[in-house]
Design a protein around this ligand. Structure first.
Ligand code: SF4
Ligand code: SF4
Length: 462
């Protein structure tokens, strides 16, 4: 049942929707809390264990049933995403997810469909898991940071040993069973210098057609830890702003000349949607406001966002308040609206704000050039990247608006850029010379030597 035209509460058989209830929302559920079988050095979530002292970190059946019931009831749409993350969600074992399927069926409304998703490190997968995923049409997100020399620097197990081999074993099982998956790559201080190595590895050796690139920005708190979104210093694993912009730009150039229509990079898809003025980019960080992507802990505690699982952003527990009341609470509505309302003037006047929107509030902890607080730490990189892709985005947007295919951009791009001399003005109209813009040689640092694998303890000095 839908909200009425005035947006006031609407009664259905099960529930009265609060006035500000969004028709649909997304919750990342953490059935094992922060517990994981690996010990990735930059994982922002492992430390969160301290918020639940003495907990066994396993979602109990009463919480699970309430969660599925309220998630379904809280949706006014016929499509519901049921998303699992961690920690490492496969630690719950397959029976837990078999129970999820039973409960989803129990509370399904007529005509309702589900999308089941899980983000996993992939190391615990076997044929049984893969067959289960296939049977229930799961979309699996799997974390890979690049070839072994890059992946194994930070993504290590509890003993500090490399993990890529095991991840690839899990991924091949997904491929064998025909499970839909995408790859999530965290971009850190080290692999950010190797954009082509990362991209080509994922494309050519992993064989994925869907990629997400997530910047590692770890704020150091007063106590030297990275538990809260506080502090203006970042860890030395964090990617640099210009470094991240360069990483995205180099991959974009490779993609826009070779892979449009066959490889999907989430950031590029989101950018194209914003260039087309579609209203939503499909990525909360590049939307004007946020607040409809929340996180739930193993005990039913609901938080404003996966990146804000900390006491100041605690909304309530679903055993005490219905999830939709928390999702629609003034606190959560303000959280989402603040993404726009707290943008500094520097962003308001920025030529690429329509694409960037100040990115994620968690990264807004530096000052603007004129001293206003609240600028995104990655600003310089986003500015560079969004200006860099402007020419091709407009080309693709124009093609799509004329009913043609975005992939035609590849041939047009080759034609336009192939005759440009090094010292000619860049054909993209940036005003810079070709050699300083789209003709700039791609930086290709050597892959070795690289730092040895780092455990959380030796990186964080604990
Ligand atoms: S705080 Fe950041 S990650 Fe969380 S919903 Fe908002 S934009 Fe997305
Ligand atoms: S590029 Fe920088 S100034 Fe522009 S909207 Fe993004 S964060 Fe703000």
């Amino acid at each position: 049942m839908n909200n009425n035209a005035n947006g006031f509460a609407v009664q259905n058989a099960a529930l009265t929707y609060p006035r500000n209830a969004p028709p649909a929302f997304h919750i990342l559920a953490k059935p094992t809390g922060a517990i994981c079988n690996l010990d990735c050095a930059y994982c922002f979530f492992l430390d969160k264990e301290v918020f639940y002292p003495g907990s066994k970190f396993r979602m109990q059946d009463d919480v699970l049933e309430l969660y599925i019931k309220q998630l379904i009831e809280g949706h006014q749409t016929d499509h519901v995403t049921i998303a699992w993350q961690g920690g490492e969600p496969t630690l719950m074992g397959l029976d837990f997810y078999r129970r999820v399927m039973e409960l989803a069926e129990k509370y399904r409304r007529p005509g309702m469909s589900f999308e089941h998703t899980m983000q996993t490190n992939g190391t615990l997968l076997n044929d049984e898991w893969a067959a289960f995923y296939k049977e229930h049409n799961f979309l699996i997100g799997i974390s890979i940071d690049g070839p072994a020399e890059l992946h194994d620097i930070y993504r290590v197990d509890k003993g500090g040993a490399p993990t890529l081999k095991n991840v690839m074993r899990g991924l091949r099982l997904l491929q064998k069973h025909g499970v839909e998956y995408n790859v999530l790559t965290t971009v850190n201080r080290v692999n950010a210098d190797y954009p082509l190595e990362v991209y080509r590895f994922l494309r050519d050796e992993v064989g994925t057609t869907w990629m997400q690139f997530i910047p590692v920005v770890e704020r150091i708190n007063d106590d030297g830890l990275t538990l809260y979104q506080e502090g203006s210093q970042v860890s030395d694993r964090s990617v640099g702003a210009e470094q991240f912009g360069r990483f995205l730009s180099v991959i974009f150039d490779e993609w826009v000349n070779n892979d449009v229509g066959t490889i999907f990079v989430q950031t590029f898809e989101a950018a194209l949607r914003n260039w087309l003025g579609m209203g939503s980019s499909g990525m909360c960080v590049f939307n004007q406001t946020c607040g409809t992507g929340l996180a739930i802990e193993h005990n039913g505690d609901l938080y404003a966002c996966d990146h804000f699982v900390e006491p100041n952003f605690f909304l309530g527990n679903i055993k005490e308040s219905h999830m939709i009341e928390l999702v629609a609470s003034p606190q959560q509505v303000k959280f989402g609206q603040d993404k726009l309302d707290t943008l500094p003037q520097y962003c308001m006047e920025c030529a690429v704000r329509f694409a960037c929107h100040g990115e994620c509030p968690k990264n807004r902890f530096i000052d603007t050039p004129d001293g206003e607080p609240g600028l995104n730490y990655l600003c310089a990189g986003f500015k560079q990247f969004f200006h860099h892709i402007d020419f091709h985005m407009k080309l693709m947007g124009g093609l799509l608006q004329r009913g043609r295919e975005a992939k035609e951009v590849m041939a047009i791009s080759k034609q336009v850029f192939s005759n440009a001399g090094r010292n000619d003005p860049c054909p993209c109209s940036s005003g810079r010379k070709f050699k300083q813009c789209h003709g700039r040689p791609v930086p290709r640092p050597k892959l070795n030597p690289l730092p040895s694998p780092q455990t959380r303890s030796n990186v964080m000095g604990r």
